[in-house]
Ligand binder design. Structure first.
Ligand SMILES: Cc1ncc(COP(=O)(O)O)c(C=O)c1O
Length: 375
């Protein structure tokens, strides 16, 4: 039997997802219903948080949190540039100014020492990112935030299921937000999940995602016919559907298996490429357990091929790759900030990502490894 072509990333879907989606369709309750409530409850429980709020995406969730915190023009939010541009765009969406901090060149995550240097009287929020699913140095960030009276929003878009000294990512900042986009560890196609222990904030976020409505549709349905909702403030439509929540529930049930399969693929890459003269492999600090949502390597200066040449060579051998994480400060909307970030520049120029997904077979991974060794 011939093997399927190697994918770069592929969501793992099965009969369980179909079954739960069918239940939603048959119930006719398509949004704001019981499946969403169950999905949020299990997500909060997994993260060890009081509250989880489902949304249409990470981006809409992060915008709502910054908005609810009153972040506005004149305020600064410290963020890495080495991240998907969404992390930075949401700061602009509320009219605030992104201030870029450089990364630790080993972990590719935001460097707390550079964060400390970037704090000014206008700083209101620090937004670290758990890049590629590797937990960032959140304890040092939280210390800085406490010293300066700042809030911490953890961009955990890629980090569901990752652990820091045994603690679930999601339980370690004032607010953490996950993405449920198709490339993430579990997916509902599009979607996001905010987690927090701040119940008052959570109630406000639930209203804001639904046009500011004081009562959810579900609560209204179960109340007396003359219990009317009110609209205490301007809100948005950032809802996630129960169809998505149903997919998410089935995905949650297979989370441990997804994590185990990703770990085993990552461990095989790590051991087989350990002595490869051309690559620097991902570094995992003591006590961190990444979910291996991506497997990124850096092409070293000694390599006869540069990053782009490696990508072309691998492509020619049927191995799809992606460039490493982008640098947002080099894109048109942020160039005027004129940030100087040497570690970020070096990382974005030299890194690439290899295929990793739960259904990737050993034979497919061997094909990737063969192409990496033959140059
Ligand atoms: C680090 C990071 N932040 C934010 C996002 C945005 O997530 P979403 O597409 O759910 O809005 C992504 C998505 O790829 C991401 O990787």
């Amino acid at each position: 039997m011939t093997e399927e072509a190697i994918a770069f990333s592929k969501p793992w879907m099965g009969a369980e997802e179909l079954q739960l989606v069918q239940e939603v369709l048959q119930s006719r309750w398509l949004v704001g219903g019981a499946k969403l409530a169950e999905f949020e409850r299990l997500w909060a429980e997994y993260c060890g948080c009081r509250q989880a709020i489902g949304l249409s995406s990470w981006t809409t969730g992060a915008f709502l949190v910054l908005h609810a915190w009153g972040i506005q023009p004149g305020d600064e939010v410290i963020v890495p540039s080495l991240t998907f541009i969404a992390s930075v765009n949401v700061i602009r969406h509320v009219g605030a100014t992104p201030v870029f901090a450089d990364i630790d060149p080993l972990t590719w995550n935001i460097d707390p020492e550079d964060v400390a240097r970037k704090i000014t009287p206008r700083t209101k929020v620090i937004m670290p990112v758990d890049q590629l699913g590797l937990p960032c140095a959140i304890d040092a960030i939280n210390v800085l935030a406490q010293q300066h009276g700042l809030r911490v929003l953890d961009d955990a878009a890629c980090a569901f299921g990752s652990r820091n000294q045994g603690r679930a990512v999601g339980s370690l900042a004032d607010v953490s937000i996950f993405s449920l986009h198709a490339r993430k560890i579990i997916t509902t196609g599009e979607g996001g999940m905010i987690v927090t222990d701040d119940t008052e904030l959570a109630e406000r976020l639930r209203r804001l995602r639904h046009q500011g409505m004081s009562l959810s549709d579900f609560a209204r349905h179960n109340a007396s016919p003359t219990t009317f909702e009110s609209y205490p403030e301007v809100g948005y439509n950032y809802r996630i559907t129960d169809i998505q929540a149903a997919i998410g529930l089935a995905q949650l049930a297979r989370l441990e298996e997804i994590l185990a399969r990703r770990r085993s693929i990552a461990e095989r890459y790590l051991s087989r490429l350990a002595h490869h003269p051309c690559f620097r492999l991902p570094f995992v600090p003591e006590g961190m357990q990444p979910n291996w949502q991506s497997f990124q390597i850096a092409v070293s200066a000694e390599s006869p091929l540069n990053r782009n040449q490696w990508m072309e060579r691998l492509h020619a051998q049927g191995v799809p790759t992606r460039r490493g994480v982008m640098a947002a400060h080099r894109e048109a909307p942020y160039q005027a900030l004129a940030a100087t970030l040497p570690h970020t520049e070096a990382a974005t120029a030299t890194t690439l990502q290899l295929p990793i997904y739960p259904e990737m077979s050993e034979q497919q991974q061997e094909q990737v490894l063969a192409a990496l060794v033959d140059y």
